[in-house]
Design a protein around this ligand. Sequence first.
Ligand code: ZN
Length: 416
Amino acid sequence: MHRSSRQGTNLQSVKWQNRAAVLETLWRFQPLSRRDLARRTDLTPATLTNIVSEFLDAGIVQETGFGAQRTGRRPTMLAFVPDCYYLLGVNLSRTEISIGVFDMRLNAQHVLVRPISERIGGGPVDTLLHLIRQAVAESGLGWERLIAIGISAPGPLSGQEGMIYAPPHFPEWSYLPLGPLVQQAFNVPVWLENDANANALAEHWLGAGRAFNTFVYVENHSGLGSGIILNGHLFTGSTGVAAEVGHTSIDRHGPRCPCGNYGCVEIYSSGPAIVERVRQAHAAGRRTLLAEWLGDALDGLTFDQVIEASHQDDALSIEVLCEACRALGQGLVNAINLVDPEAIILGHKLHRFRADCLEALREVIQQQAIPQAAARLNIVVTQLPEPAAVTGAACRALSGLLQDPHLLLERTPVTG
Ligand SMILES: [Zn+2]
């Protein structure tokens, strides 16, 4: 069907949009009074009261006592019922499968972690289904209250098709219709999302992103990952590959990147690139504390060790990390000039970088981004515990549910 760029809105869809807006606002700022909810969502008190009654009747929302008020009657506060349902966050990484069982306020009830190479009862999908059943059984929560599953994995992937494509070093999971297979097995909605996008959602719902509607999230471990929250929602683009700050170029004469572009930020700033630069500088004669720890060949050197050495004032590690931060800052300038965000949120493992290296990143942004965008920009470091991977996956499920409130209000039985 042809869809024009401007579409009308019928009353039925306005009804669901209003419910979604109330649920999302309440989740982020709970507990809230009816008056605060009406003010934040721009709904009339009467409409808001009707919507809230529906949620109270469905057992999703509860009254939690009275809020503070200087004069007059103290307002009744509203919040989600934590144990009305629960959701699962599943993270697939190159080393582990992690499954977290969360209540509706995203408190983890149980987490199960297994090596990604483990196989139970067949191939990777059979193993995953088995481990999901095991995690739910171990949590002691019944199947009847499972409401949704979020899965995060390395990209590239298609959230719409629920399929991981061909990320490097992840062959067994490629081209499997993972989302549909898990959905069929348990008869609950399933969302698949790339790991950095899922972690950006964790910042949005639980972390530093709670204070902002539009921000760019960036993380740095086995590669650079990033996600954009635009006007309160994850921005995924038309095919799902949006927000790859790591694959924006900062030197068109630079080396070719596996993505096809030249001089990508990833080549200069990712964890593996940093390790490689330290190795090359040492091979060329630079002294480093790391050689005392690991021997002259720097065998098995890791990103964590470079970060640790920088905190012990190793000059080479500091220099390489600061230079990686300048390159990342330049990539973020590209993102800032495109998106004009309120904030940049620096995730794992940038949160463990020395302050002077992060200062180098800030300087590049302040000097090179469009001044109007840079002037009011907040650059903040994640406060979420590491690793937040299962939480990010659960946040993807939460976002899906709150944006589509039928799934909460008109739920079908679950098969375990
Ligand atoms: Zn690239």
